[in-house]
Structures are given as C-alpha cells and as structure tokens.
Design a protein. Structure first.
Length: 349
C-alpha cells in the first residue's frame, strides 16, 4: 500500500476537528445549522493553519445527504465520500498560482451557469486567490456580484492585502490564527498514539516550537522524524533530524556575546559553517535562549545573563535575524549580527 503523509492521513474531517480555530468552526457551524450559509467565503491566515481543510469540509457539509444536527457532514453518504476522494464533478479546487489568468476565470464564469451534475451545490475552492491577475479578479467579481443559487465560492489566501477590496466586500471573511504551542503539542501527542509510537514530551515540544504556529509544518516535521527513527522518539533524535545546535553551544555563544569576545564569536560561526548548519536556525535558537534568560531573571532566578544584557542582545539579534532572512552571505551576516550584539567598542574602552 502506498504511504500517505500524516498531514493527509489525519486531515480534519469535521469543522470541530480544526485545531486552534474554534472561532471559525463555531461560526460556520451556526451558519450551517441555521441554514444561513453565504455564497462566498474568504479564509485568510498563515500557511498550514487549516484554510483549505475548512473549505473542503464546508464543501461536504453543504452537499451532505445526512448532516448532523450541528451541521457537520456525516462522512458516510455517497456525496461525502465522493468529495473526500476528490471524485466529485461539482467541487472544483483551483490553484490560483498556476491558473491566474483571465481565461481561467472566464471558463469559471461560464461553468457556474450550469446546474450541479452530482451534488446539491457547486463549490469552487480557489487557493492562493491573491495570485490572480487584475483582469482575472475583474472576471471573478462579475460572478461574485450575482452568483446563481446553486454556486458557492471558497477563497483562501495567505496575503489578504493583495486581494481587491471589491472581492473582499462580497465575501464573508474568516481569519485563521497561528496555533499555540500547547495546542500543537497536544495534537502531536494524539498523532503519535494513533501511529502506535511513543515520544518524549520534550521532543514533541521541540517540534511544536519549530513549527512556529503552523499545524501542517508541525505534522510534516513529526512525520519526518518518525520515519528517521525507530522506537521511542527522543529529543536528541529530533535535534539531529532538524539540524538543531546543541544547547551547550548556544549557551557558550551567548556567553561570548555578553563577554564581548569577538574572536570566540568568529570561531563559533566558523564551526557552524564547517558543520553545514543553518545560520538562521541557530540565530533563532540563540534568541529563544536569551528570551528564556530574560524571563528567568524577571522571575527572580539566577541567570547567566543580566536583565540589561538580555534586553540589549534581543534588540540587536532581532535586527540581525531580519537581515539574515534575505542574506546571500548568511555566514558573514550572522558574524556581523553577533559582533554588533557584542558591542566590542565597549570592551575597547
């Protein structure tokens, strides 16, 4: 049997299954239960937070032959199974990144005139809708203004500011949020159990931090780590797969920055480069360590860095992280960021 990635295998089947998006699920369920479903929705938010999954669930819910009292799709009727398999002629997923021209939107506009062939309603799911051209948006606008009763539009985008206000004003907008680390951790625990595996809590929390609020990223990272290991999933295994630097090295670099030790900083970056480490990932680890130091200091604990040192380093390193994001010379950019954070001119005085 062909292997299926975890994020596809455990894709939410109901609105109530959406992780960290209860505000969206509750409103959509109320609309379904009260038969007040709009003709057009736009889901916005960071990648991997459930926008396309919600659109697919809605396409099943409005076409389900035996919906639950709450409005959820039953998942058992022919329509639900057909849409879940991607075999429905009336639920069309369109990737706006590769179908962004006016011709594609004209074809869509012509297609909405016809009644559904299999389902109760035609549903058009347009992913990354902000990628459409101006002409394509104008063609889509004509359809959104006066859509047939049997048609429903589900738009999804990570950049809503690029979508014309004329389009936004004709859709009900839902903003999907980044998912909290605790929610990601609990979801990863559930997936590990479903897969019949075990994992240390520290390992799963490490994945949750690395995912930066994206559920799909977290599940994909877990999938990668499960494939790369056998038996229990440990923090050391996760660190090796993700290329995370040892905490002792991060602490040593923080000491070097706080101690204005420029030579030690350069040698440390040289070691990172020799091992092929991701410079930005290391800087993010360093930022996280310094932040932890600041929090511990503010709670009265004994820390490696003083409060002033931690605050100054955070300010300088955040600026360095922004430069490193787009740098073509990451090693040099990281060295410069750390040396500036070290304030070597103070040591010279």
């Amino acid at each position: 049997m062909e292997y299926m990635a975890l994020y596809r295998k455990y894709r939410p089947a109901r609105l109530s299954d959406l992780v960290g998006q209860q505000h969206v699920a509750k409103t959509l369920l109320n609309a379904l239960a009260n038969h007040r479903v709009a003709h057009a929705y736009i889901f916005t938010g960071p990648r991997g937070t459930g926008k396309t999954s919600a659109a697919l669930i809605m396409s099943r819910a409005v076409n389900c032959q035996s919906p639950t009292p709450e409005g959820e799709p039953c998942g058992q009727c022919e329509a639900c199974r057909r849409i879940a398999r991607g075999a429905s002629m009336d639920v069309l997923e369109i990737d706006a990144a590769s179908n962004r021209g006016i011709n594609e939107m004209r074809d869509l506009r012509d297609g909405v005139k016809y009644l559904p062939a299999q389902e109760k309603r035609k549903v058009y799911i347009i992913d990354e809708v902000h990628m459409l051209t101006t002409e394509a948006f104008n063609a889509l606008l004509k359809t959104l203004e006066e859509p047939p009763e049997h048609v429903m539009f589900m738009l999804a985008t990570t950049e809503p500011h690029k979508v014309p206000t004329t389009i936004l004003s004709r859709c009900q907008r839902f903003d999907f949020h980044r998912i909290g680390q605790q929610q990601l951790f609990e979801h990863l625990q559930k997936l590990v159990q479903l897969e019949g595996r075990t994992a240390d809590d520290a390992a799963l929390r490490l994945i949750a931090r690395r995912a930066e609020g994206g559920l799909r990223d977290a599940v994909s990272l877990l999938d990668q780590c499960l494939v790369a290991s056998e038996g229990n999933l440990s923090q050391q295994t996760i660190a090796g797969v993700l290329g995370i630097v040892d905490e002792r090295f991060v602490m040593a670099m923080a000491e070097a920055v706080a101690g204005h030790d420029g030579l030690r900083i350069i040698k440390g970056v040289e070691l990172l480069s020799a091992e092929g480490r991701d410079m930005r990932l290391f800087l993010q680890q360093l930022l996280e360590f310094v932040r932890e130091q600041l929090l511990q200091n503010m709670s009265g604990q004994q820390t490696l860095l003083t409060r002033n040192q931690a605050l100054q380093m955070l300010r300088d390193l955040v600026d360095g992280d922004q430069r490193l994001r787009f740098s073509l010379t990451p090693r040099l950019t990281l060295e410069l960021a750390l040396l500036q954070a070290a304030h070597l001119e103070q040591a010279d005085n």
